[in-house]
Design a protein around this ligand. Sequence first.
Ligand code: LMR
Length: 396
Amino acid sequence: LFDSVELAPRDPILGLNEQYNADTRPGKVNLGVGVYYDDQGRIPLLSAVRKAETARIEAAAARGYLPIEGIAGYNAGAQALLLGKDSALAAAGRVLTTQALGGTGALKIGADFLRQLLPASKVLISNPSWENHRALFERAGFEVGTYGYYDAATRGLDFDAMLADLKAAPAKTVVVLHACCHNPTGVDPTMDQWKQIASVVKDNNLVPFLDIAYQGFGDGLTEDAAVVRMFADLDLTMFISSSFSKSFSLYGERVGALTVVAGSKDEATRVLSQLKRVIRTNYSNPPTHGGTVVSTVLNSPELFAMWEEELAGMRDRIRLMRKQLVEKIQEHGGKQDFSFVLRQRGMFSYSGLTSAQVDRLREEHGVYAVSSGRICVAALNSGNIDKVAAGIAAVL
Ligand code: LMR
């Protein structure tokens, strides 16, 4: 039966974890996967999460099946974070949200539904994009192309190429856009550029799929939702995949959401009914624990405030690590100007290291990065930053 089965390549991001775990060298550093570690190198358990979990355990609640679309309070909370509590679209019944298995699960539900709806459409992702975007949409049956995004020469956005490619895309092309903290580059368009992007999306009748997995890691929860809200203000129908994996430090609980803004309340009802079919035929309904914890925090003013403060703490520490990395690479003799790291946003930095340099960094220094040169700044700490900076300076 399996004679013809080929060995699949390791996943470019999660496969690195396997390699890292098998590495027996002391002092190894994992800057591969997008996970926030505290200054002691631990994945934090947030106090707001701990309180919500304790309350849940004390309540000794039964674990029945959730509705196919998940917990109502979770979905409402996720939606309010994206569109604001007083969204006119939500009040008009034009927005629907389903709980999803992380941001990846949200993308997959959306992709499967879109493939049914638009079988002749192509998907465009940024060049470069999150490693899993192409694979995920291709698996759903789409042909996936790219739009210009990163300019290696300026280490910034190639806005002209981006706009030209979006302008050239046929109507109904699905365009995956990173609403904040672009993964992997950390380079985001300015708000003025976003307005121009949105107007091309609208004029060309493109289908925006906003991916927002790092809300709160740029400037704050509300600030980072500005692009989503601007698209909503333009009355664009759209898909939004969001995630609490990073912002709640609940990676393994698979807490994400898919939100769709439809053209009318009736459309929203019909779209939700189809998304429920996609979910039911894939995994039936979502798990209870992580969703309940997040829902409890989002719907308690006291826990919400606590969470927001803890999130700000993570954001500030990442900024400090960016600053120190730039300084320390210089201290260790790195000749190149690394100040671009300070302009990048979110958990990642597109370091400019080549794949050969990334290999040397891993083999000679025990520092793991994605072969594209992406490093997770959120995994740096006062104990490993010197080693990382010295390694980078040495391989440059
Ligand atoms: C990442 O980009 O490292 C994260 O989003 C984790 C993942 O699933 O790839």
